[in-house]
Design a protein around this ligand. Structure first.
Ligand code: SF4
Ligand code: SF4
Length: 60
């Protein structure tokens, strides 16, 4: 299962990752982004490519 992690020290809560992810990996809960369903990740890398702060760590 892919590992999808957000480094909370780097994340600026732009929520871009949730917007670009074609799967339902991220969730916005009470205004804050978090990783909900890493098992759904297809390793398309869109979240990493679009994150402005380099906060997403993705591993196969
Ligand atoms: S795109 Fe990057 S900075 Fe924006 S919410 Fe996602 S992890 Fe945080
Ligand atoms: S790699 Fe693609 S599918 Fe996986 S979390 Fe990022 S945007 Fe979503």
């Amino acid at each position: 299962m892919p590992r999808v992690e957000i480094d909370s020290d780097l994340c600026e809560n732009s929520q871009v990752c949730e917007a670009v992810c074609p799967e339902d990996v991220f969730v916005i809960d009470r205004g804050m982004i978090s990783v909900a369903s890493p098992a759904e990740c297809t390793l398309c890398w869109k979240c990493v490519e679009n994150c402005c702060s380099g906060a997403i760590r993705l591993e196969d």
